[in-house]
Design a protein around this ligand. Structure first.
Ligand code: NAD
Ligand code: LMR
Length: 338
């Protein structure tokens, strides 16, 4: 265990910060995979979040350095680094929110499903530990293939008898971030004002941006909308190819992960009308897990919002994504029950 500074200094810091933020609840956030390409910038961004009082950084290696480094930043949270399985329990105990970017990233030519063999086992072990040490925490799953890792976590939680479907989230925020950026470029509108829901899942054609619902509205041609949809679906691959063997999106993912975690913390704290897209247990289609707009609240998912009106192009996209998403879900469920 590596604390960011001496315990005497820490208790002084705790006192001074707690008096200045007495109306903000204490929240412990744990990042599993915190020394990785996503984990490090995500740790930085969560350290900057005033809703966090305790930041727990877990990885199988290199967390002492990350925790010492991030811990010097003069913001509210206490930072503690934990390394190796022996320290996983302490990393998780008391966590309100667990963010999981642990696992291997893609190289050019791979699909997200090619990561299944390695990452499914990692997610299974980490989910078992969550069930044991922080069964009431919200879980933000980043590790790929998200379409399968979320069902794996759900099955592990069911076996442990603590599954609460309101508390398990696949993080699809990067798809929304990309859709907003690409749409703003084509629609020539200020990117900060753009909203675009993205539904389905998080891999290739299962990523379905609903540009017909994008705001501010713009009259884009069918060809432009098709190209925007394809670019959003291939956004991850665009980064993987540009990084040429050095991994996948890390910085934009850390930004997206921090945005989604902030929304979860706001929901927990009772802020009204917090709505984000996420891949959750769902009944709005026949698929048991599906990404759509979700209202976040004190218990996690407060409401899974329906899809709203879809264009014909989007209706086709919705039908086209179902077989792949269904088989990715089944693959995860089967693995967890082996
Ligand atoms: P990375 O290899 O840079 O970092 C992964 C980290 O996980 C490493 O530090 C590694 O030590 C750690 N790790 C491995 N096994 C672990 C375990 N059992 N417990 C804790 N930590 C463990 O990879 P990255 O670029 O940070 O990507 C991580 C994952 O996130 C990949 O699966 C990637 O595909 C996925 N990802 C998802 C999205 C999304 O939108 N959901 C976006 C980008 C990347
Ligand atoms: C992404 O969308 O960037 C991630 O899922 C990583 C990847 O493999 O594309």
């Amino acid at each position: 265990i590596v604390r960011s500074s001496s315990s005497a200094k820490q208790s002084l810091l705790r006192r001074s910060f707690s008096s200045s933020s007495s109306s903000v609840p204490e929240r412990k956030v744990a990042i599993l995979g915190a020394a990785g390409g996503i984990g490090q910038p995500l740790a930085l961004l969560m350290k900057l979040n005033p809703l966090v009082s305790s930041l727990s950084l877990f990885d199988i290696a290199n967390t002492p350095g990350v925790a010492a480094d991030v811990g010097h930043i003069n913001t509210r949270s206490e930072v503690v680094g934990y390394m190796g399985d022996d320290e996983l329990a302490k990393a998780l105990e008391g966590a309100d929110l667990v963010i999981i970017p642990a696992g291997v990233p893609r190289k050019p030519g791979m699909t997200r499903d090619d990561l299944f063999n390695i990452n499914a086992g990692i997610v299974k072990n980490l989910s078992s530990a969550i069930a044991k040490y922080c069964p009431h925490a919200l879980v933000n799953m980043i590790s790929n293939p998200v379409n399968s890792t979320v069902p794996i976590a759900a099955e592990i939680f069911k076996k442990a008898g603590m599954y609460d479907e309101k508390k398990l989230f696949g993080v699809t925020t990067l798809d929304v971030v990309r859709a907003k950026t690409f749409y703003a470029g084509k629609a020539n509108v200020p990117v900060a004002e753009v909203n675009v829901p993205v539904i389905g899942g998080h891999a290739g054609v299962t990523i379905l941006p609903l540009f017909s619902q994008a705001t501010p509205q713009a009259n884009l041609s069918a060809d432009v909308l098709t190209a925007l949809t394809k670019r959003t679906q291939d956004g991850g691959t665009e980064v993987v190819e540009a990084k040429a063997g050095k991994g996948s999106a890390t910085l934009s993912m850390a930004y997206a992960g921090a945005l989604f975690a902030d929304a979860c913390l706001k929901g927990l704290n009772g802020v009204p009308d917090v709505v984000e897209c996420s891949y959750v247990q769902s009944t709005i289609t026949e698929l048991p897990f599906f990404a759509s707009k979700v209202r976040l609240g004190k218990n996690g998912v407060e409401e899974v919002l329906d899809l709203g009106p879809l264009s014909d192009f989007e209706k086709e996209g919705l039908e086209a994504l179902k077989p792949e998403l269904k088989s990715s879900i089944e693959k995860g469920v089967k693995f967890a029950n082996q």
